[in-house]
Write a protein that binds this ligand. Structure first.
Ligand SMILES: *[C@@H]1O[C@H](CO)[C@@H](O)[C@H](O)[C@H]1NC(C)=O
Length: 206
């Protein structure tokens, strides 16, 4: 309802005719890829984030501007998971039957919490999805499409000190900690509004 009310004002939400459930997350993501490929040809990058994510927009923009040629195409970055494998326990939220996915490992994929990709990949992933069998886990599925396309996801991190720039743990709010990350997870909508306001003021002092 909040989304509907806000859309009255900003008109920036796209509605698609399907039932928005966890099982349909992959369907939703492929609809997003298709929409991006159709309506955003002049964008350079797109980002997917979960609803509970803080995004440090200034850092992200600087980070992308500092990437070389290699980030112009076939580029996707986030928190890369290299050692993922299907859960075979039926009680798991991420249960995947051998029929749905026979392999014992997943190819590298970026956590669905938040990832950024060059816009060409929207069309390529959408195309690949015609050949790659759907599974409900959207981030793994994007990884399967990337594998099909022979595209390696890139880990965004710094060394000395080591930081995963797409932070998938929740970190206590501290402007200077958050100033050094692209995303931080685990917020309610009202927390996000408060933190964003504070962050705008406080990050400059770091
Ligand atoms: C996915 O969306 C379709 C179209 O709205 C719907 O028919 C189907 O029941 C949904 N599937 C699940 C598992 O929610």
């Amino acid at each position: 309802e909040l989304a509907l009310a806000l859309n009255e004002v900003h008109q920036d939400i796209v509605y698609v005719d399907f039932i928005d459930t966890y099982q349909n997350l992959t369907v939703k993501t492929m609809m997003i890829m298709n929409w991006l490929a159709t309506y955003c040809p002049s964008a350079r990058y797109a980002m997917k984030v979960d609803a509970d994510i803080f995004v440090n927009v200034p850092y992200l923009v600087r980070y992308l501007q500092n990437q070389g040629e290699s980030s112009q195409k076939d580029f996707i970055t986030g928190s890369v998971i290299n050692d993922g494998c299907p859960r075979r326990n039926q009680r798991s939220k991420w249960y995947l039957s051998k029929e749905a996915y026979p392999e014992s490992r997943f190819p590298p994929y970026v956590s669905g919490a938040g990832y950024v990709f060059s816009i060409d990949l929207a069309k390529k992933i959408s195309w690949a999805s015609r050949y790659v069998r759907p599974i409900p886990m959207e981030d793994v599925y994007v990884g399967l499409c990337l594998h099909f396309l022979d595209v390696q996801p890139v880990f965004s991190r710094t060394f000395l000190p080591y930081r995963n720039l797409f932070e998938i743990r929740h970190l206590e709010y501290d402007a200077c900690t958050y100033a050094q990350r692209i995303i931080v997870t685990g917020f309610t909508p009202s927390q996000l509004l408060n933190i964003w306001t504070d962050f705008q003021k406080d990050r400059l002092a770091c």
